[in-house]
Structures are given as structure tokens and as C-alpha cells.
Design a protein around this ligand. Structure first.
Ligand SMILES: *[C@@H]1O[C@H](CO)[C@@H](O)[C@H](O)[C@H]1NC(C)=O
Length: 510
């Protein structure tokens, strides 16, 4: 039953879609080899939580023991059941017309208890089936090795990333993956958003292993002033070890590329003052340079050294040598731009994500929002930030090829199916950000691909299933995938076709 309002919205949207050029965006603006895809991650979509020999991972254990910390109390035991429905999911990707699929490998599926426990052949077999299905459909696999989840055994043994022993574990895991899949996987990334999950895990105490200390929070253990930097150091060196191994033993034979994915907001000064301009620079430094400066220049940024010493580790000569292995690509997860306010010269709440940089981030200036709100607090629709971040990263890191590995729009879960499916705000968001990439390309940005987060609704970490990022709606009870208006829009953009076909044609069973 479609109401009159619903019809009007559909009609308006259809009219808008009928004239893609009027929307200022055409696929022809992007180079022929530019990858367009959609992204997911293992824990968020796979489900099948102890199936076929998979070990428990840190998120399995955390969501089971701390369900009260998840907004709806749910977990990823079933998630979008991608483990069983991957053929259907490859089919909907094919219908969308994407040229690539970004997914992550579940470490605990491959090595249920880490390096000492042995490889699980059924885990290898699952990803072989997925990769084969993608390649048969002309879809290039874009693989992330670590996207937040790791075997619980390693969390218990090392506190995940706090013990240096984790470096050898990651190196081994990466090697198993290069060996098993590298003949077909040509695009690798070691870590997804280490700069973000470390802060949630070791500074704010929200993600496993839930470490923190005042003023950030009161956890059972942790040290918010020191542990984030120890964990980051181990991740940077784990990354470097995997890149070294790939470059030395696989790259020539397999012909692939490797890099790392960093979460990047773009920070604008709240006021046009020296203090806030420096605050914005500091926020960028603590967010981006924290990882990319060591990876590109072998050193932490000087702002971090000045503010954090002696809590910031030093790179030993041996570590610096390992860091000389260069990455081929930078993955950027970009969703929003936000204002940075100085907290050195004026007091503010420092128990926040940017608190360690003595910066307070806000989406408002004089009561006016920087962009339209989305379902996630602090995530605003500011398309021009995309062009700015591309220019910023290209300039600082020697024009290294960039992939936008995540960009997308969150909506609240709703029982109103019309609101849920007619996601015109997501269409506007994606169109705006893609136009911004197109504009960056015209100005010479070295950007090679773009992935919408996400292909389908999934388990959104602490938000559980309360926010929806999918081009496809997933019914939690039936697991039925249904294309939203945005899926139709993306398909029309990718295929350059006029939307004579209805969104219904994007269903897996049609
Ligand atoms: C900021 O202030 C400087 C100096 O007063 C001025 O030249 C500049 O145009 C201002 N910039 C913005 C964005 O307002």
C-alpha cells in the first residue's frame, strides 16, 4: 500500500533520476579503470559465528558478555548471514554493476586460535568460494586483513595490540592469506581504521578489550594516556612486517598492491583564529599523520612527539628499516567534515575522541550546522570535504594512489517501510560526495576507486542494528535483501542507463 505522499516522493525521485546530467554527475567523468564498488566487513555481515571450525573472536566474546554495551543488545552471530548467502550477494552486486567488492577476512575463521593453532581449511575454502564467485561476475576482490575482529585467544594472550607478540601473529596470518588468495586477490589492505578502533579500544574504553583511564572513563584496566600509542606502534610494525613479506615474497609473482586504510574526517577551524587553525592542524595530525607519517617517513609527527613524550614510543633502527617498505596505496574512509576548537587556550570537554590532541570537535558554528545531520552523531553531509581530504593526503604523501574505501550515509532503523526504502537523503549524499571526487580528479587528484559503505544493512558495532547504511535493506527476520532507492540510483550511475527499469529489478530473485 503506497500512500499519496509516498507516490509523490517516488515520482520526484524518479524525475530526478531520469535526468542524471542534471544531477551533475556522470560516470564518464571518472577514468575507465576507476573501481566502483561496495564494502562490508566480516564480523558485520558474515554471521555463522562458530561454523565450520571458526574460532571465537574478540567481538563474539564482547557482544556476548557485554550485550548491554550494544545499543539494541544484539550481536553478529547471524548478522546478514553473508557466509551462507554470499552467492545471492554477489548476484546483487552484479546487478548493481559494481566493478569491485571490498570485504574483510575473519582472522578467527582462518586461524581459530592464532599462529600456534593451525589453519582451518574450511575457512580458506569459504573465501575461495567467495572470490571465485566474484571473479566469475567480473568483480575485483578488494581485501582487508583486519577489520576490528581477531581471535579471542590473541586478545587474551596479548591484550590484542598491547603485546609485541601480536606482530608475529599478524605477519603469519597475512602470509597465510597472501599464499592462499594472492593468485587472485590483487588489492590488499592490512588494517581498517586502526586510528579509530584504537581510540575506542584503549582510550575511550568502548570496544574490546575496553581499556581506559580517567578522564576518559573508568575501566577495569588501562591507561588512556599511554596504551593507545603502544597499540598503534604494534599495529604500525605489524603492518610493516606484512608489507615487507608481501613485497619480498609475493608482489612480483602475484602482481598485486598493498596498503592501509585510515579513518579521516576533514577538520575545519571553528573560528578564524590562530588557536583554532592550529587546533584543526593538530586534529589532522593526531588522526592521520599518527599512522601515515611513520609509514611514509619513518617517524611520528612532531606535534605528537611534543605533546605526548614520553608516552609515544620511539622507532628503533631495526623498526625504521622495516618501515622503508613502501605501500602502493592509501585507503581513506571518509564520511564527514567537522569543526575543530582549540582546548589549549580555552577550556573544553576533553573526554572525547579528539581530546588527546587537546581539540574539541563540533558540528555547529553560531548555531548553524556544518552540514545536514545523519543518523550518527557527529556525521554531517559535507560533500566538499571529500575533495579537501583527497588534496590534503595526495599533497602530504607524495601523490600515492588513493582508494576511497568507505563513504556512506546512515539512517535510523524505522518500522515505516516507505521511509526506510525511499532513501533520497542517501542518494543526495552519495551524489554530492561522488561529484566532489570528480571535481578532485579534474584538479589532478590521484584517486583510483570508490566503495559505498555499505552494500547492505549490517551489524554496526556499538549501534547494533539500530542504524542502517545499506544500499540494500536487510530484513533481520527473513534475511531478505531489498534494494533501496539508492541502489537504483547507484546502478543507474554505474551503468549510465536511464532508469526505465524499476528498483525491483535489482532483487536477487528477479
Ligand atoms: C581570516 O582572517 C584573516 C586575517 O584577519 C583574513 O585575511 C582571512 O580572509 C580570514 N579568512 C576567513 C576564511 O574568514
Amino acid at each position: 500500500m503506497v500512500t499519496a505522499t509516498g507516490m509523490a516522493i517516488l515520482l520526484l525521485a524518479a524525475l530526478a533520476i531520469l535526468a542524471p546530467s542534471a544531477w551533475g554527475l556522470d560516470r564518464a567523468e571518472f577514468p575507465p579503470g576507476f573501481l566502483f564498488g561496495a564494502a562490508t566487513s566480516a564480523y558485520q555481515v558474515e554471521g555463522a559465528y562458530l561454523e565450520d571450525g571458526k574460532g571465537r573472536n574478540n567481538w563474539d566474546v564482547f557482544t556476548h558478555t557485554h550485550s548491554g554495551n550494544i545499543l539494541d543488545g544484539r550481536n553478529g552471530d547471524v548478522a546478514a548471514d553473508h557466509y551462507h548467502r554470499y552467492m545471492e550477494d554477489v548476484d546483487i552486486m552484479h546487478k548493481l554493476g559494481v566493478s569491485s567488492y571490498r570485504f574483510s577476512i575473519s582472522w578467527a575463521r582462518i586461524l581459530p586460535s592464532g599462529r600456534l593453532g593451525g589453519v582451518n581449511p574450511a575457512g580458506i575454502a569459504f573465501y575461495n568460494r567467495l572470490i571465485a564467485a566474484l571473479l566469475q561476475n567480473g568483480i575485483e576482490p578488494f581485501v582487508t586483513l583486519h577489520h576490528f575482529d581477531l581471535p579471542q585467544e590473541l586478545e587474551t594472550r596479548y591484550g590484542s595490540w598491547l603485546g609485541a607478540g601480536i606482530r608475529e601473529e599478524f605477519d603469519y596470518y597475512a602470509d597465510v592469506c597472501f599464499q592462499a588468495f594472492g593468485d587472485r586477490v590483487k588489492l590488499w589492505t592490512t588494517f581498517n581504521e586502526p586510528n579509530l578502533f584504537i581510540k575506542h579500544a584503549y582510550m575511550l574504553g568502548r570496544y574490546p578489550p575496553n581499556h581506559c583511564s580517567p578522564p576518559f572513563g573508568n575501566c577495569n584496566s588501562g591507561n588512556s594516556q599511554r596504551e593507545p600509542y603502544v597499540a598503534a606502534h604494534n599495529i604500525i610494525m605489524s603492518h610493516a612486517a606484512a608489507v615487507h613479506n608481501y613485497n619480498k615474497n609475493y608482489k612480483v609473482k602475484q602482481g598485486g598492491s598493498i596498503g592501509i586504510i585510515i579513518a579521516m574526517k576533514f577538520y575545519e577551524p571553528l573560528r578564524n583564529t590562530t588557536e583554532d587553525i592550529l587546533a584543526a592542524q593538530r586534529a589532522m595530525s593526531f588522526e592521520i599523520h599518527w599512522f601515515l607519517d611513520p609509514i611514509f617517513f619513518g617517524e611520528y609527527p612532531k606535534e605528537m612527539r611534543e605533546m605526548l613524550s614520553p608516552n609515544l614510543p620511539e622507532f628503533t633502527p631495526v623498526e625504521k628499516r622495516l618501515l622503508q617498505n613502501k605501500v602502493d596505496l592509501i585507503g581513506i574512509n571518509h564520511y564527514t567534515t567537522i569543526y575543530a576548537k582549540d582546548c589549549i587556550y580555552s577550556p573544553c570537554n576533553l573526554k572525547t575522541y579528539e581530546g588527546n590532541a587537546l581539540v574539541f570537535a563540533t558540528g555547529e558554528r553560531d548555531g548553524v550546522q556544518i552540514g545536514k545531520s545523519t543518523a550518527l552523531a557527529g556525521f554531517y553531509d559535507v560533500p566538499e570535504g571529500m575533495e579537501k581530504i583527497l588534496e590534503y593526503v595526495n599533497k602530504r604523501y607524495g601523490n600515492t594512489p588513493i582508494y576511497i574505501t568507505e563513504n556512506g550515509y546512515s539512517q535510523h532503523s524505522s518500522n515505516n517501510m516507505e521511509d526506510t526504502m525511499n532513501d533520497i537523503d542517501r542518494v543526495n549524499y552519495l551524489r554530492g560526495y561522488l561529484s566532489s571526487i570528480s571535481s578532485a580528479l579534474r584538479r589532478g587528484a590521484n584517486v583510483r576507486g570508490y566503495f559505498v559503505w555499505s552494500l547492505m544493512d549490517n551489524f554496526e558495532w556499538l549501534f547494533g542494528f539500530t542504524v542502517k547504511f545499506g544500499l540494500y535493506h536487510v530484513d533481520l527476520a527473513t534475511q531478505k535483501r531489498t534494494p533501496r532507492m539508492s541502489a537504483g540510483w547507484y546502478r543507474d550511475f554505474l551503468t549510465g542507463s536511464r532508469p526505465v527499469d524499476k528498483v525491483q529489478d535489482l532483487r536477487a530473485d528477479s
